[in-house]
Ligand binder design. Structure first.
Ligand code: GDP
Ligand code: ZN
Length: 333
């Protein structure tokens, strides 16, 4: 009776097990196998990744190989291998200048929530976000939230105007009302079988949407904002959740966007899909589309094929003008 169990255990130990990191607290990782079994795991010794100077070698979303060991009758795991990531998002560490902190890995898509007002989301913010998502190779869906409140024709026109710009360059746009549960099913459908994240300014309705999608989850957003009010410096960790309809989300408390990725001036146009499609037609192959003659991008802007707001965002990124988020940028001029 006992023997087969021992043999099975030995096989398991040698074969190792594969799982996904759902939570990380710095020293421990919660790893879930495909069968849905959770193990508390740690890393053995020093574990360095090639090419990334990071304070945490393993992040939420990572696929890992681990072996089991028994400590005081509790089964825990030791992570001995991390599988290649398809993408990851990082944040610069506060103290250590050159080190970065990996927030999450292997993200299938991010939903950027956009509102026309309360709060306003300006194109410069959307574009900066999209550039970062492109640089990270994370597909982005634009979700225009609070459509129930855009009763005035001007507000509707603004949604249509923005949707038109972003759909034309290949981004999927969905109009939703998280509060009135309009089109929330379209978001759920898009999420099935994937790992998703939600992003957007504070107040755009991220927690309302998550609650509408997965009431069972009840994300602790209130708790976190209470902690912030008390002025405590709390370290918040990303966490992955399985949703009942067969989707996963990664919740990253306190992270509204992706921050800014360091990039060279010359590579920014690679992350504007409509620029990338045209840049070979510029006279100079190192054209950065500002002063150069015979520039296909500038011509396209003049002819209205590239939205002026997109070009303006591009210039802001190139020139490093991060604070120039003015209200009048909202409309094409
Ligand atoms: P978060 O900061 O992005 O998590 O935003 P919240 O989910 O906390 O929402 C901020 C405010 O917007 C709350 O008062 C919500 O009730 C409201 N809100 C969220 N979604 C909608 C919506 O679809 N329509 C309207 N009218 N209000 C919404
Ligand atoms: Zn050019």
């Amino acid at each position: 009776m006992y023997k087969p169990f021992v043999i099975l255990r030995i096989i398991l130990i040698f074969a190792g097990m594969i799982g996904t990191v759902y939570k990380s607290t710095g020293s421990w990782y919660l790893v879930k196998t495909e069968e849905g079994k959770e193990y508390k795991c740690r890393i053995k010794g020093k574990f360095r990744l090639k090419g990334i100077k990071s304070t945490n070698p393993i992040a939420v979303g990572d696929k890992v190989n681990f072996t089991l060991e028994t400590n005081n009758d509790v089964e825990t795991g030791i992570i001995d291998e991390i599988f290649d990531r398809k993408n990851y998002i990082i944040r610069k560490s506060v103290n250590l200048s050159k080190q970065t902190h990996i927030i999450a890995a292997n993200i299938d898509q991010v939903f950027l929530l956009i509102t026309i007002d309360n709060p306003p989301t300006f194109p410069s913010f959307i574009d900066r976000f999209l550039v970062t998502a492109e640089a990270y190779s994370i597909p982005c869906v634009l979700a225009f939230n609070k459509i129930d409140s855009y009763t005035e024709i001007e507000r509707r026109a603004e949604v249509m105007y923005l949707k038109d710009i972003y759909e034309n360059i290949g981004y999927e746009c969905i109009e939703i009302s998280a509060k009135e549960q309009k089109n929330v099913d379209a978001i759920k459908e898009r999420m099935k079988g994937t790992v998703s994240m939600f992003a957007g300014h504070s107040g755009v309705g991220k927690s309302t949407l998550v609650n509408a999608i997965a009431p069972e989850l009840n994300l602790k957003t209130k708790e976190i904002s209470e902690q912030h009010k008390q002025g405590q410096h709390t370290t918040t960790f990303a966490e992955m959740f399985d949703l009942q309809f067969g989707a996963k989300i990664i919740d990253t408390p306190g992270i509204k966007g992706f921050g800014i990725v360091d990039m060279e001036k010359e590579e920014v146009d690679d992350y504007f899909p409509e620029f990338l499609a045209l840049k070979n037609e510029c006279k100079f192959n190192n054209c950065i589309h500002i002063e150069e003659p015979k520039c296909a991008i500038k011509d396209a802007v003049e002819e209205g094929e590239i939205a002026w707001s997109r070009y303006k965002s591009y210039l802001q990124i190139i020139e490093g003008d991060e604070n120039n988020y003015r209200v009048d940028e909202f409309k094409d001029q």
